[in-house]
Ligand binder design. Sequence first.
Ligand SMILES: NC(=O)C1=CN([C@@H]2O[C@H](COP(=O)(O)OP(=O)(O)OC[C@H]3O[C@@H](n4cnc5c(N)ncnc54)[C@H](OP(=O)(O)O)[C@@H]3O)[C@@H](O)[C@H]2O)C=CC1
Ligand SMILES: CC(C)(CO)C(=O)C(=O)O
Length: 325
Amino acid sequence: MIIDIIGAGSLGLLLAGKLIHAGAGIRIWCRSSEQAEALKQEGLTVGYEDGTAPVFIPGKEIFAAPASAFADTVLRDPGDWLVITLKQQAFHEKLPELLLPLKNKSLQMVCFQNGYGHLERLQEIMPYASIWAAVTTEAAKRKTLTKVIHAGRGETWIGEGGLGGSSPEPEIPVHAPAAISLVDILLTAGFSASVSKEVNTMIYRKLLINAVINPLTAVWRIQNGELLASEQRLLVMKELYAEAITVFDACGIAHEENAWDSIIEVCRATSGNISSMLADVLSSRATEIRWINGSIVDLAERRGIQVPLHRWICQLVEGMSARER
Ligand SMILES: NC(=O)C1=CN([C@@H]2O[C@H](COP(=O)(O)OP(=O)(O)OC[C@H]3O[C@@H](n4cnc5c(N)ncnc54)[C@H](OP(=O)(O)O)[C@@H]3O)[C@@H](O)[C@H]2O)C=CC1
Ligand SMILES: CC(C)(CO)C(=O)C(=O)O
């Protein structure tokens, strides 16, 4: 099986390293030729902070190239799966151009992004593609161009992301064998993975968690667990949560009855984490807020609902990462 991975960042390198180790044919598509060269020269290391032995893939076993060569290569030599591990901004701003020569192809694609809105966009760009969503609780942090830390083991669910405003769960589609074979290779690589009929519910569940935890940790510059340290912080979290739940209810999006408790539980379970949004802010990178809280604003607008807090927190966080004029 040939799996193309676009986006050689934290998640992309984690998947690439462990999948190559398990014997999968992986082609890594990087933004820069510098990273592609570094991977081929130095190899790829997946490290652990808990004493687990690292996985090392020698450079001579690695196919890595700049993403600009992706479409031509796929036209000549199609892969079986395209795994997209770009952040949302690159997904929306760069991917359409990269995929343009392939727009009439019926590729199997799986998207690992947090947030919402990208699956619909991808289906517009690639009308004949089978688009799958992956929700993962794995945690990865890229340290250098060739080294990634597998910071937390989690679970990955893959399902067809037929998303609209509400969340009816699609039946497992007829071409599910492709997804099953992808899951099988993830399992062989040591990930805990499954095909799920409930991936939409999981996408929205994660959206809710990220919409409460991520922007507040970014604004207050605190670890996830520190959100629980004061009544004032909990109050702001609860207000963001309540607005989001109003939107979910209006859109018919299913959510756990105790969704608030789940958010608190995630804060506890990841108490020492720097959220991905805070990490982006600290590194002066664009955040994914537009596709997290921004997507709640979009859903609210479609229903004529006001969500002033989500709108405001979006503007606040976007303002933090804006380049000076
Ligand atoms: N990391 C994690 O543990 C998890 C991440 N996710 C989600 O997965 C997605 C990816 O996250 P993560 O891996 O952390 O992000 P990273 O920023 O670490 O990786 C994104 C990668 O995309 C690359 N990229 C940017 N533009 C292009 C382009 N035009 N062509 C090819 N590659 C490009 C970047 O290259 P460069 O570095 O050269 O700019 C970078 O290597 C996000 O949506 C995130 O929310 C979900 C769950 C867990
Ligand atoms: C669950 C959480 C908040 C863990 O840090 C996360 O997904 C993120 O940081 O994006």
